[in-house]
Design a protein around this ligand. Structure first.
Ligand code: ZN
Length: 396
């Protein structure tokens, strides 16, 4: 069993209007936005133009049984109606729920084609049930705190409570461009860190709204993903956690990243922060993106090169923490990570990854890295309380 902490399932749902019992549904995008995404996906995202990586069929044909499915609205993050660095706008929160609804409708439809093979889990109990039935379990997560749609404390709190009840497991607070919550590490793989810093200036770590968001997430049982944060924001976040949670009961995750094994990228987690994540019994999910992972040597050309790069990062986390209990995977497949590490374009590649870990270490360590460590952290997630359905009213 593999847990993929970070994969972009909705990327291929642009035109998902299947006939049948769940009714029509479609993402609320303009025709131009739909066209832009279709072209971007075909040329810069999917492994093959018409064959996305993160589909139910590919996932069922892989060892992945838990996928944290990223909700992400690119046209809200790259919002040309706003100045650079503007605060999040209210309609982002509606767009987020629209996308969530599209995913839920699609999964409902998938359940007709693949009966008893998959489910959406809204809390750890449903996750554990799905695993016990050997189902493919989808869990909502959000990439970019800007989706919260506000910097107002009370509105942040009510939106976070709503998202918790809808079953959101984690929020990646920072992302590609600063939006008055937390500063981010340069994460456009085609731009050098220093050039990014020149074009997209930012200063400080987390803002008051960022603090409000993190505190609300802790109160509502939504996990904190520190991927994409600048070193300053990551330090602020971990300091805030130490203040509000001095007994270290709240875990923290970096779901899709590398560590600093070779050439410096701020995006990759520093040794000091690896240790601080481990101190909270958190987890670091390794990404399949060549740019962040292949920093120590020549460009990888083969699957074996990719596996040895992954083992370097796994070993580095062990060197820092003395343990393999804090390492996991968040592939970021279909999240514009091309070039992907060679041979790791589809979820089925997790089989070879797990085998490589088994031979390098032990089958038990491989199992923990591929699933056990992530499942441990996910048990902290609160999610939807009770058993009633919380389907969003959508698709009408
Ligand atoms: Zn990301």
């Amino acid at each position: 069993v593999t847990v993929d902490l970070h994969a972009h399932y909705p990327m291929h749902l642009l035109d998902a209007v299947p006939p049948g019992p769940v009714g029509k549904f479609r993402l609320s995008l303009s025709w131009l936005q739909r066209l832009v995404m279709t072209i971007a996906n075909a040329f810069f995202n999917f492994p093959k133009p018409t064959d996305p990586a993160v589909t139910v069929d590919h996932l069922l044909n892989s060892p992945v049984r838990v996928v944290l499915s990223m909700l992400y609205c690119p046209f809200d993050e790259i919002d040309f109606s706003q100045k650079y660095g503007a605060p999040p706008q209210p309609h982002y929160f509606d767009d987020l729920k629209d996308q969530m609804c599209t995913v839920e409708k699609d999964l409902e439809w998938q359940q007709f084609t693949h009966p008893n093979k998959l489910r959406l889990a809204r809390n750890p109990a449903e996750l554990n049930d799905g695993l016990a039935n050997n189902e493919l379990v989808f869990i909502h997560a959000i990439e970019g705190g800007f989706h919260i749609g506000t910097t107002n404390t009370a509105t942040i709190q009510s939106h976070v409570a709503e998202l918790a009840d809808l079953g959101v497991a984690y929020i990646t607070i920072a992302h590609l461009f600063v939006r008055k919550l937390a500063t981010n590490a340069p994460a456009l793989p085609f731009l050098d860190d220093n050039i990014y810093r020149l074009i997209f200036p930012e200063s400080g770590g987390i803002t008051q709204a960022g603090r409000d968001l993190i505190e609300a997430m802790i109160n509502e049982g939504i996990l904190i993903d520190v991927s994409h944060m600048s070193d300053a924001a990551l330090t602020d976040t971990l300091d805030l956690l130490d203040d509000v949670d001095p007994t270290f009961t709240v875990p923290v995750m970096a779901t899709h990243t590398g560590v600093r094994t070779g050439a410096y990228h701020e995006y990759n987690i520093s040794d000091a922060n690896i240790q601080r994540i481990a101190n909270r019994a958190g987890v670091i999910g390794l990404i399949f993106c060549e740019h962040w992972m292949a920093t120590g040597g020549p460009k990888p050309a083969t699957l074996n090169d990719s596996l040895s790069i992954i083992l370097d990062h796994v070993q580095h986390i062990h060197d820092v923490t003395g343990s393999h209990d804090y390492t996991a995977f968040g592939s970021d497949l279909d999240g514009f990570i091309k070039p992907t590490l060679p041979g790791l374009d589809y979820p089925s590649a997790f089989t070879t990854v797990q085998n490589a870990l088994s031979s390098a270490y032990t089958p038990t360590i491989a199992e923990n890295i591929c699933s056990g460590n992530s499942l441990r952290v996910l048990q902290w997630w609160r999610g939807h309380v009770g058993t009633s359905s919380t389907h969003l009213a959508c698709g009408a």
